[in-house]
Design a protein around this ligand. Structure first.
Ligand code: PGA
Length: 259
């Protein structure tokens, strides 16, 4: 057993208006409380759309919830003429503690490069929040058998020039694209193969302390039925959950994988 605290992160993507977000959050808090959830055994994080964050903050503060919240993306700029963008300062002001970057949907639909993803992670870390750096291969890459090299290449390109202490503070989420939203989960062994290779690469690039501290999540059709097996893998420290995080009961069940 490592001493990394597991993280169950719910990526709501472009779902739920702010009223629906409050409803889900309250339902989640209740389901976790009914299950006697121990937040020291597993951190629980929700990642709503930008327009929901203020309402999520209000509920978290009013009800003194231990649930954390963050954002799905962020600008690399501080402020100014960047129509449509959201800065790290806006997010920290709202109490966000995590920001996702490099999700395959943003890489694919917004042409985000490893360099841009790395710049976002840097911005988030400098603002005192935790970057969740996503990586993962498409089906063709998996079929060609080059998935490990591909994923390590994404991570190394994004983190070029980072110190070991900085890397130890981030979360890496391995999400094979072919398993996202398809119901097709990677087997626990497939997920462990890549998460283990990521940790091994961190060990050789940055040393033991960083490799042992950095949390690595799996994402891609993670759900109550497969979470126990995924979490039993040596190098999987949690999950980045899409679809199953939109239902309070299933997400609460996933956060209670240890029980
Ligand atoms: P999914 O999405 O759980 O719906 O497959 C995961 C993700 O894209 O983060």
């Amino acid at each position: 057993m490592s001493n990394r605290t597991p993280l169950m992160a719910g990526n709501w993507k472009m779902n739920l208006d702010h009223l629906e977000a409050n409803h889900l959050l309250q339902g989640l808090a209740m389901a976790l409380s009914d299950a006697g959830h121990d937040y020291t055994e597993c951190e629980v994080l929700v990642i709503p759309p930008f327009t929901d964050i203020r309402s999520v903050q209000t509920v978290v503060e009013a009800d003194s919830l231990d649930i954390k919240y963050g954002a799905q993306d962020v600008s690399i700029h501080d402020n100014g003429a960047y129509t449509g963008e959201i800065s790290t300062a806006m997010l920290t002001k709202l109490g966000c503690t995590y920001v996702v970057m490099g999700h395959s949907e943003r890489r694919e639909y917004h042409n985000e490069s490893d360099e841009l993803v790395g710049a976002k992670a840097r911005k988030v870390l400098d603002a005192g929040m935790t970057p969740i750096l996503c990586c993962g291969e498409a089906l063709e890459v998996r079929k060609a058998g080059t998935h490990v090299d591909f994923v390590l290449g994404q991570i190394r390109a994004a983190l070029a020039g980072w110190s070991a202490e900085e890397v130890a503070k981030i979360v890496i989420a391995y999400e094979p694209i072919w398993a996202i939203g398809t119901g097709e989960t990677a087997t626990a062994a497939d997920a462990q193969e890549v998460c283990g290779a990521i940790r091994q690469a961190l060990r050789s690039d940055y040393g033991d302390a960083t490799a042992d501290a950095t949390r690595i999540l799996y994402g891609g059709s993670a759900k109550p039925a497969n979470i126990k097996e995924l979490m039993a893998q040596a190098d999987i420290d949690g999950a980045l959950v899409g679809g199953a995080s939109l239902k309070a009961d299933s997400f609460a069940q996933m956060a209670g994988f240890y029980a």
